[in-house]
Design a protein around this ligand. Structure first.
Ligand SMILES: Cc1cc2nc3c(=O)[nH]c(=O)nc-3n(C[C@H](O)[C@H](O)[C@H](O)COP(=O)(O)OP(=O)(O)OC[C@H]3O[C@@H](n4cnc5c(N)ncnc54)[C@H](O)[C@@H]3O)c2cc1C
Length: 406
């Protein structure tokens, strides 16, 4: 059984969930130390969109207070990133040169916004939206400037754009794909979304990519691939994430895009584990919090040797847009691949749309716009591979109709 000191590098959502499960289940460690690069303790990163939009405060999204750590006997240090893992000495070293011995090490360093490498990308006024510090900066700048361009029309880009619009800015969203949220929506869902956002006052430019940011010291305009110039004061890049795998890579752990781990979250060094957005399992990396939470459950069991057979299995994860007043839900496949049949239901007057994709008598995808009440039920049908034949005729009308029909 693992004993001695457990050191966790990174104190984000997934590390915090791991700590909670270790504490609840009883763990074998004499000492637990968690080291975070950010200036404060773990918070609910998913709710940064609400903080940016002015619907929540930084205090409200904190996950646990100091008393919880004290009671649990966990040592927590903030604002000092781990810069080296010395596997020979079994130590981690922080930026301020503090050394911590470990018996077991967990890497939970998350991910960062992908850099696009655009010309002018280092000008003032170019920002990202990943943590509380970014959010505070965005709020501050939104009070001093009037225009923003958000690069990326995925969930994160749209939430950043809507947050800045709520703060009074004139915002343009640029998305290279012709469809917004093209990974989660089909073209009809995407059009409905673009229409709703435009009606709110966002300017949406799809099918065009930025090629350069222009300005002397601060960004003044974005040049697109058709030579259009869009004047702006701020540019926020939200076009994908890159796993923070560098610590593991530099320590000689096997890495791909992320730090490679087994389905027990173990790296190529048996005493080092990794989970959350920094890890890679069977070639897959993760950009949502739920798989990270499931990994935390498995790792807590593995480290405590409570359930030696527990393994992480990636499941189809549903996603929802958190822009208030625009309910969108998506799970699994979103468009026909030649093997699927679609059930489509649209209420033009009430702006509701539902597309369900079926393959071999099973639901394999659901796109909902306008009313997402039954989203979790559809996700359950997809994840459990249920035979939907008994209620196929009622499927688009949701759970209640299907259960009556069964
Ligand atoms: C604005 C926003 C909205 C989101 N909305 C959703 C949503 O609606 N649904 C959803 O499922 N997901 C959403 N996500 C993604 C979700 O937040 C992540 O999947 C989740 O936070 C991943 O958890 P993690 O612990 O792996 O990484 P993180 O939460 O990023 O935590 C990693 C921590 O490690 C720290 N760190 C990095 N390097 C070091 C180092 N060398 N030493 C010490 N510490 C280090 C980082 O500073 C960070 O605090 C959103 C993300 C953002 C930014």
């Amino acid at each position: 059984m693992a004993t001695g000191t457990l050191v966790i590098c990174g104190h984000g959502m997934v590390a915090q969930r791991l700590l909670e499960r270790l504490v609840e289940g009883g763990h074998p460690f004499e000492r637990i130390v968690v080291l975070g690069a950010e200036s404060g303790p773990a918070y609910n990163r998913v709710l940064l969109s609400s903080v940016l939009a002015g619907e929540a405060t930084a205090d409200q999204i904190r996950l646990k207070d100091a008393a919880w750590f004290e009671q649990a006997g966990i040592e927590r240090y903030c604002g000092d990133a781990v810069v080296t893992i010395d596997r020979a000495a079994r130590q981690v070293i922080t930026g301020s040169e503090l050394r911590y011995d470990y018996g077991t090490l967990v890497i939970a360093t998350g991910a960062r916004p992908t850099e696009l490498g655009l010309e002018g990308g280092d000008l003032g006024g170019t920002l990202t939206f990943r943590d509380l510090q970014d959010t505070r900066r965005l709020i501050d700048l939104s009070q001093r400037f009037g225009r923003a361009v958000v690069i990326g029309g995925g969930f994160l880009g749209l939430e950043a754009a809507e947050g800045l619009r709520c703060r009074g800015m004139a915002v343009t969203v640029l998305h290279r794909n012709p469809c917004l949220l093209n990974r989660q929506l089909d073209p009809t869902g995407s059009k409905l979304l673009a229409k709703s956002l435009t009606e709110r006052g966002l300017s949406i430019r799809t099918g065009r990519a930025p090629v350069a940011l222009l300005g002397k010291r601060c960004v003044r305009a974005v040049r697109l691939d058709d030579d259009t110039l869009i004047s702006t004061d701020l540019v926020i890049t939200a076009a994908g994430i890159t796993p923070n795998a560098e610590l593991g890579r530099a320590a000689g752990l096997h890495c791909g895009r992320g730090i490679r781990v087994s389905d027990r979250l173990q790296t190529s060094d048996p005493d080092i584990f990794a989970l959350g957005e920094c890890c890679e399992i069977n070639g897959q990396t993760f950009g949502l919090v739920d798989p990270g939470y499931q990994q935390a459950e498995v790792l807590a069991a593995v480290l405590s040797e409570r359930a030696t057979g527990r393994r992480f299995q990636a499941a189809t994860q549903p996603t929802r847009l958190k822009i208030s007043g625009i309910p969108i839900f998506s799970c699994g496949q979103t468009d026909d691949d030649g093997q699927t049949e679609s059930i489509v239901w649209q209420d033009h007057q009430n702006n509701r749309y539902c597309r369900l994709l079926i393959h071999d008598r099973q639901l394999v995808g659901a796109v909902l716009f306008g009313d997402t009440t039954d989203g979790n039920w559809y996700a359950e049908q997809i994840q459990t591979h249920k035979d939907i034949t008994p209620w196929r005729a009622n499927l688009a009308f949701g759970r209640e109709y299907c259960e009556q029909a069964a």
